[in-house]
Design a protein around this ligand. Structure first.
Ligand code: SF4
Length: 402
């Protein structure tokens, strides 16, 4: 059986546009080009990551504009119509990301750069393929209109899913309502449902400056100077996982997508072309290893069955509180996750239970979700004592996460 190709191309440091165009062409040539995917007249949705500010290239948070621009230029040569479109995280103004990053300049040069949130009515329900959480997902209309969707993620560690790359990035094609539902109903199968619904057939990964630690927004930048490409998103993510020091079996989205036949993750089924993984691999600091928050009088009880989803969610909620100067609300609170029993000798009103797995033991201060939204964990800890300071969203918590 022929193997699935994934290309890895090494770039120079701080590459400029024409250099990036050359590297992207090389990455696509190594996977036998994209003529099989695009015909003249096609509408091609190029979907970069605009999750949230910081937008500066050195922060490693959003996809740098030169990569979607290079893909757009290559698509134009094929007489097709490229559209660069995305919606940022819930509560984040995508237009602000466009204006403050180099995407505004792309618009001024004549590229179609679209804030999907701009037309709130332009959404559709797309059917999933044997969906495990959703029969249909709530997407922006352009995802249905496009003849081809290209995922153009930034490679980062993630505070809930270990890693974010070609598959997880697709959440930007969901409406904010769809994003919230995914966190409430089950992220790890929900995102795979989304993958089955939008069927992207190409990924080009911005792994030039990445993020490690508590990504996907507040992680530490890491210079990798790589571009990764492939037509099987599961294989691309599995290869990127290996690049940053994971066994793909540790990244549940990849595992679930492979298990549902949406691509391959085994090294034996993937042919890495270009630079070998071993030559450029670097172990990234994982979210749970990144500078833990320790406050006297605060207890965290993680049951044995607590998966990385809730582990990372709670850690990132604590980091959000530290960044917002709100750790004074932690003493006296106990947070319990997974399959842990409620601790004896502690009044229930002082216990915050987190996640679907705590369903049976939940207290009045329970936080729903699988994994839940970080901001809701902060809200449950703080209660009415103060407003939750959202770290990158402008909208109030009630409006965005109800
Ligand atoms: S609710 Fe359970 S399965 Fe879901 S993220 Fe939390 S620990 Fe994992």
């Amino acid at each position: 059986m022929s193997k699935v190709k994934v290309s890895i191309v090494k770039t120079n440091r701080n590459p400029q546009y024409l250099q990036i165009l050359k590297y992207v062409r090389e990455a696509l040539d190594l996977i036998d080009g994209i003529e099989d995917l695009i015909k003249p007249g096609d509408l091609v949705l190029i979907n970069p990551s605009w999750v949230a500010p910081p937008v500066e290239r050195e922060a490693g948070c959003i996809t740098i504009p030169e990569i979607p621009r290079a893909i757009a230029d290559i698509i134009k040569e094929m007489d097709a119509r490229p559209v660069i479109a995305e919606s940022s995280a819930v509560g984040v103004d995508s237009e602000k990301v466009i204006q403050e990053s180099g995407y505004r300049e792309l618009r001024e040069m004549g590229y179609e750069v679209i804030d999907l949130k701009k037309d709130k009515k332009a959404h559709v329900k797309l059917p999933t393929l044997s969906g495990k959480v959703f029969d249909k997902v709530d997407c922006w209309e352009l995802a249905k209109q496009a003849d081809l969707i290209i995922s153009v993620p930034k490679l980062k560690t993630h505070d809930q899913t270990e890693m974010t790359c070609a598959i997880k990035k697709l959440k930007g094609l969901l409406t904010d309502k769809g994003k919230k539902a995914m966190h409430q109903e089950g992220l790890f199968e929900g995102v795979v449902d989304l993958l089955s619904a939008v069927k992207p057939r190409l990924a080009v990964v911005d792994a030039i400056i990445c993020q490690e630690g508590i990504g996907p927004v507040f992680g530490k930048p890491v210079e990798m100077n790589l571009i990764v490409a492939g037509k099987d998103l599961v294989a691309v993510d599995a290869t990127c996982a290996r690049l940053i020091g994971y066994d793909p079996a540790e990244t549940l989205l990849t595992v679930n997508a492979a298990a549902r036949g949406l691509g391959v993750m085994d090294a034996g089924q993937i042919e890495v072309v270009g630079v070998p993984v071993a030559e450029v691999r670097r172990r990234f600091l994982r979210s749970v290893e990144d500078d833990p928050v320790e406050v006297e009088g605060f207890n965290l009880i993680q049951g044995e069955a607590t998966c990385t989803g809730c582990r990372n969610t709670v850690i990132s909620a604590l980091v959000d509180m530290r960044n917002a100067d709100q750790t004074m609300y932690l003493p006296g609170v106990t947070v319990v996750t997974g399959d842990a029993s409620l601790p004896e000798g502690i009044a229930q009103e002082n216990i915050v239970t987190v996640g679907l797995c705590m369903q049976e033991n939940r207290t009045e201060r329970h936080v729903k979700g699988c994994p839940p939204n970080n901001a809701l964990v902060v809200k449950a800890i703080i209660g009415d004592r103060a407003e939750v300071k959202r770290m990158y969203a402008d909208e109030s918590l009630d409006k965005t996460d109800a």
